[in-house]
Design a protein. Structure first.
Length: 67
């Protein structure tokens, strides 16, 4: 992120493609690529020090959420 010109403070990675399509092609699944989350709805936010993932209400954590 620091090598990008200008440097990036954060990167927002949505589930949708640029056309807001209902069905996203495999090459446009950027959020899945960076987070590993395969659900249909979500938003990833990546900074130099942290990464966060928001999903819709149909997703529930199971097991140890701290890992």
């Amino acid at each position: 992120m620091a090598s990008h010109s200008p440097p990036l403070d954060a990167l927002v990675v949505p589930s949708e493609d640029y056309h807001q399509s209902e069905y996203v092609s495999a090459r446009d699944k950027r959020r899945e690529f960076v987070s590993g989350f395969t659900g249909s709805a979500g938003l990833a936010l990546i900074t130099k020090n942290d990464a966060r993932l928001w999903t819709d209400g149909t997703v529930f954590l199971t097991g140890n959420a701290g890992t």
